[in-house]
Design a binder for this molecule. Structure first.
Ligand SMILES: [Zn+2]
Ligand SMILES: [Zn+2]
Length: 120
């Protein structure tokens, strides 16, 4: 394989941005990736920067879901305790089922938070 710019030079790498084959004169390295010198360097830097901010958003998502899970868990437990303490019709048919719904939501939120955290 020959360099895209210099047809007599052998290519030593392929640009991760534009896919052109590059010789040792045309190659540049940005964050451990091969890119075109003076052509795709800035582009690669911008992509890496946006990837990094995506990661931050993911982590923020994870912590928000984590906090929501904790709040739901607390509400669910309070409702269950209240339901079992006041064993009225309302307690059994409204407060306890509501508590169970909150506990299930808490588990789902926690699972979602874990999923986001794993992506990061
Ligand atoms: Zn390139
Ligand atoms: Zn070249």
């Amino acid at each position: 394989m020959k360099c895209f710019n210099h047809h007599t030079n052998d290519a030593v790498g392929i640009c991760v941005i534009c896919g052109r084959s590059l010789c040792s004169d045309c190659v540049a390295e940005v964050n451990h990736s091969v890119v075109c010198r003076n052509r795709c360097e800035e582009c690669k830097l911008q992509i890496d920067r946006s990837n990094l901010s995506n990661l931050t958003v993911m982590n923020r998502f994870a912590s928000v879901y984590g906090i929501t899970a904790l709040i739901y868990l607390l509400i669910g437990m309070v409702l269950l305790i209240a339901g079992f303490t006041f064993r009225s019709i309302m307690g059994i048919f409204i407060i306890i089922p509501l508590g169970i719904i909150f506990l299930i939501s808490s588990i789902l939120q926690y699972a979602a938070a874990k999923k986001f955290a794993n992506n990061g």
